[in-house]
Design a protein around this ligand. Structure first.
Ligand SMILES: *[C@@H]1O[C@H](CO)[C@@H](O)[C@H](O)[C@H]1NC(C)=O
Ligand SMILES: *[C@@H]1O[C@H](CO)[C@@H](O)[C@H](O)[C@H]1NC(C)=O
Ligand SMILES: *[C@@H]1O[C@H](CO)[C@@H](O)[C@H](O)[C@H]1NC(C)=O
Ligand SMILES: *[C@@H]1O[C@H](CO)[C@@H](O)[C@H](O)[C@H]1NC(C)=O
Length: 283
């Protein structure tokens, strides 16, 4: 083999979409709260806790451009008002991209709010909020983010609740150039989280604890063949091309009409100068 043939051979080998059933011991760094984050069950689970001194958080070592990421989470039970449990993807720098799940706690028996946002090049203001159709503190439930060149989809137990399409052709910026890491944290957000900040964290109930397990990442491993750059395996693997088909669009619409409680595309009071381009273009 000539050296150029070897190069091509090697890049074909590296052409695979990596599926990682995560081991938290190897895959993440605890970046906040030290021993308030605990890795358990041989790396299969992690708990984050929050007390008056601080919260805690971790991030993936790997960073990637496009992927499908799932995490099972059991949220803080009981009086969780003021607490925010998060699971999101983010890149770095002042022009960062971010795809957010944030779970806003509540008083015992009052419902959690699932807060979502998409930030592109440092600009967010794209909040959508939902109620859940179950109590998220009793069992683990799976929260997933699909991020490919076509679309971003948020799922709860496999049910799509939100889509953010690539509408670059309409001059809506889309996260497609910066690698992101997976992040999770538990923090005190009682200046805004529960009833807009009216209900404060009850520190007599601290420490608060959220549970994470079965972290799974399908990420692009990029390869270069000649002048072609492709998301390894991805071009043929389903998540890379996946989007919302007609059936899942019906489900998504159903969820949105029954469980969505806030939509930035429906808030012309807040956006007096006009709703975001993607809101207008979709309607
Ligand atoms: C595209 O968006 C940018 C940033 O919002 C803006 O400065 C520019 O004028 C827009 N271009 C068009 C053609 O609308
Ligand atoms: C908490 O419960 C109240 C009363 O049901 C509700 O208005 C609020 O949206 C809930 N969630 C948060 C995060 O405040
Ligand atoms: C690059 O992609 C083009 C079009 O898909 C294909 O015809 C060509 O063979 C590819 N080149 C290499 C080196 O893989
Ligand atoms: C949309 O706006 C209307 C009118 O302000 C409001 O009644 C409704 O609750 C809003 N829906 C969502 C999902 O924000």
């Amino acid at each position: 083999m000539g050296s150029s043939q070897i190069l091509i051979f090697v890049s074909i080998l590296s052409c695979s979409s990596l599926i990682l059933a995560g081991d938290f011991r190897q895959d993440v760094d605890i970046i906040w709260g030290n021993d308030k984050a605990k890795i358990l069950e041989n790396g299969q689970a992690i708990t984050l806790s929050l007390d008056k001194v601080s919260g805690s958080g971790f991030q993936s070592q790997a960073q990637f451009l496009f992927g499908k990421i799932s995490m099972e989470i059991k949220l803080v039970p009981g009086n969780s008002a003021g607490t925010v449990t998060s699971f999101y993807l983010a890149s770095k720098g002042a022009m960062w991209d971010e795809i957010d799940f944030e779970f806003l706690g509540n008083l015992s028996r009052d419902p959690y709010t699932v807060h979502t946002n998409v930030i592109t090049q440092g600009k967010g203001d794209r909040e959508q909020q939902f109620r859940l159709w179950f109590d998220p503190t009793i069992d683990f439930h799976t929260y997933s983010i699909l991020w490919n060149p076509k679309t971003i989809v948020f799922y709860v137990d496999g049910t799509p609740i939100r889509e953010f399409k690539n509408m670059k052709t309409m001059n809506v910026s889309y996260p497609e150039k910066q690698e992101m890491r997976v992040h999770s944290s538990l923090w005190n957000g009682d200046d805004w989280a529960t009833r807009g900040g009216l209900v404060k964290t009850d520190w007599s109930k601290a420490p608060f604890t959220a549970y994470y397990r079965n972290y799974e990442v399908q990420e692009c491993v990029w390869s270069v063949r000649g002048s072609n750059v492709s998301c390894g395996g991805g071009d043929s693997s389903s998540w890379f091309k996946e989007g919302i088909d007609e059936n899942s669009m019906k489900t998504l619409k159903w969820v949105q009409s029954n469980f969505m409680i806030y939509d930035y595309c429906n808030d012309s009071k807040r956006f007096r100068l006009g709703l975001a381009t993607e809101c207008v273009a979709l309607n």
